[in-house]
Design a protein around this ligand. Structure first.
Ligand code: C2O
Length: 271
């Protein structure tokens, strides 16, 4: 994807720029001058699912493997609380990361502060934090999914869901290079998807959505038409421009992927 011409929609940097294109207020909503935004609102989970879905299909096409699935970085589990090794190697390696954090024994930035704890203590802290973000602090749908970005309403619905606020945002900055002005690459919206680990990070974000939904009896998140009918466009693996709606991405069986059931000790990590 890095080698094909820059004007081809499958080019890696163009893929990365899709994230920038939607994220920074570049677009207004249809028929209105209100901002279209995919962060800090209820569009966060669905848009990012659609983005990594097409990215995965494109990768599978290049590999000639229709069953290819992106890996997820399971930072919610003790085994996953390290920077994942495969992203330090070969084409997945990236220079614009924080060298100090990447040497640390356990992911220590669910709150933007370096605590320098022993790794077992840090892990216990992280698990309790996950319990809060997924369970006790996310009982109501909007608390988890983000605020309702209403169509045509000027101003700013500015309420990220629990997981979006952290570990999503915090790990973005934790990975990014501290000597860059906005901790690029991972630390800034415009550059985050240039780091391959972005896609593993977001696969886990997406997995957290499926876990939360299951804990809530797989009920529909929202029934608001303006959420269900919100639409985005992406190039698919056959370079066709596709229009996809929030309602199209709510059931991952229809998208033909699944997450392996793994142990989640945070489920019992009530502080
Ligand atoms: Cu669009 Cu991880 O952010």
């Amino acid at each position: 994807m890095k080698q094909i011409p820059p004007d081809h929609p499958h080019n890696f940097w163009r893929q990365a720029n899709m994230h920038c294109l939607y994220c920074t207020g570049a677009y207004d909503q249809a028929n209105s001058s209100a901002l279209f935004k995919i962060h800090r609102s209820w569009l966060f989970f669905p848009w990012h699912r659609a983005f990594i879905y097409f990215h995965e299909r494109i990768l599978g096409k290049f590999m000639g493997d229709d069953t290819f699935a992106l890996p997820y970085w399971s930072w919610d589990t003790p085994e996953g609380m390290w920077f994942p090794d495969i992203y330090r190697k070969g084409a997945l390696n990236e220079t614009e990361r924080d060298a100090i954090h990447l040497r640390e024994p356990a992911v220590d930035d669910f709150d933007y502060v370096d605590h320098d704890l022993a790794s077992d203590v840090q892990i216990a802290d992280n698990l309790a934090f996950m319990y809060h973000q997924m369970i006790s602090g996310a009982k109501k749908t909007e608390l988890f999914m983000g605020c309702k970005l209403r169509s045509g309403v000027e101003g700013w619905c500015d309420g990220p869901g629990t997981i979006e606020a952290a570990p999503h945002n915090t790990l973005h900055s934790w990975v990014g290079n501290r000597y860059n002005p906005e901790r690029e690459n991972m630390g800034a919206f415009y550059s985050a998807a240039r780091d391959e680990v972005f896609y593993a990070h977001h696969s886990n974000i997406d997995r957290m959505w499926t876990v939360w939904k299951k804990l809530h009896g797989n009920k529909p998140e929202f029934v608001d038409q303006e959420w269900l009918e919100s639409e985005f466009t992406f190039y698919d693996e056959n370079v066709r421009l596709r229009r996809i709606k929030v309602r199209d991405v709510l059931n991952i069986d229809k998208l033909r992927y699944q997450y392996e059931d793994i142990d989640m000790p945070w489920l019992a990590a009530r502080p």
